[in-house]
Design a protein around this ligand. Structure first.
Ligand code: NCD
Length: 317
């Protein structure tokens, strides 16, 4: 993989996606060691700049960088000089002057990481920009599906919920279709964006139609914070029409898995028994997120002088 930044899935070649997933697999092995750390990014400084709330993504990036022995600094909006009126570019210039080697950035505006990436010389990793993109989420989801089903090619994946405001849905549609899976979507008509078919997905009128025969059932959170009013039925009605419960899951293939990017809203998009049930891979997604982010950090931060993967995995501190 020879690129400065990871900003979205659309610009990734299929070979690059495979390289990331194939690099993540041996990194995941490290989690079974008593010392879960390799020295491949020793001496590098990773700065997580989060302008939007996050629990799992920020922690996951932090752990990934630490397991590669990088130094990690976390910055969130409420405690940074942005509240004092400093511009985005000045904030990054300041952090660059302290010799940051790589930025992980989350922002509520689509395109903000692209804007910064064009202006600074070090890698920028998009950890979610508005409703646009969340590339590492799609990569960890592809990894999780491949881990269970052994492949992505030819699989039927149902993505259900608020598609319009979901960067997770958008990135997953790009990744899954590039990797040869077939994607169907279902959700309230007000939350299905125009032109979705052009992304190569099938729109299903009912949630049952979407789940029927699926290999993966992917539930989305309702992105209330991005929606205006009037787009969403009541929670009770939403759950009745689109929520995943045992009866609906029976329509999927017997070995189908259930996924969700988190945070989950129990009783809104998914029932308790399904979220915690045997087909759920929600915790695997979280575990795999660290491995996939290690892979991406490793591939981006070692562009100039890339050690072999064997070297990177060998020496445990
Ligand atoms: C997602 C996000 O922030 O885009 N969460 C995450 O990163 N796991 C999805 C969501 O908030 O619904």
């Amino acid at each position: 993989m020879e690129r400065k930044d990871l900003l979205d899935i659309e610009s990734l070649a299929v070979e690059e996606i495979h390289e990331i997933l194939n690099t993540a697999a041996p990194f995941k092995e490290i989690f079974t060691r008593s010392v879960k750390r390799v020295p491949s990014l020793r001496g590098k400084t990773v700065v997580n700049v989060f302008f939007e709330p996050s629990t799992r993504t920020r922690t996951s990036f932090e752990l990934a960088a630490k397991r590669l022995s990088a130094d990690v600094v976390n910055i969130s909006t409420d405690r940074s000089s942005l509240v004092k009126g400093e511009s985005l570019v000045d904030t990054f210039d300041t952090l660059l002057a302290m010799k940051a080697d790589l930025f992980v950035m989350r922002h509520s505006s689509a395109g903000a990481p692209h804007f910064i990436a064009e202006r600074i010389p070090v890698p920028v990793l998009n950890a979610g920009d508005g409703a646009h993109s969340h590339p590492t989420q799609a990569l960890l989801d592809a990894f999780t599906i491949r881990e269970h089903h052994g492949r992505l090619e030819g699989l039927e994946v149902a993505i259900i919920g608020d598609i319009t405001f979901s960067r997770v849905a958008r990135s997953n549609i790009w990744a899954l279709t590039k990797l040869g899976a077939k994607v169907r979507v279902s959700g309230p008509a007000t939350l299905l964006p125009k032109g979705l078919e052009r992304m190569g997905v099938t729109i299903c009128r009912t949630v049952e139609e979407a789940i029927e025969g699926a290999d993966v059932v992917y539930m989305l959170r309702i992105q209330k914070e991005r929606q205006g009013s009037h787009l969403f039925p009541t929670i009770r009605e939403y759950y009745q029409l689109f929520g995943l419960n045992a009866e609906r899951l029976k329509l999927a293939k017997p070995d189908a898995i259930v996924m969700h990017p988190g945070p989950i809203n129990r009783g809104v998009e998914i029932s308790d028994d399904i979220a915690d049930g045997p087909q759920s891979r929600i915790h695997d997604q979280v575990t795999n997120g660290v491995a996939v982010r290690m892979a991406v950090l490793f591939l981006l931060a070692t562009q100039q002088k890339k050690p072999s993967l064997d070297e990177a995995l060998a020496a445990t501190e």
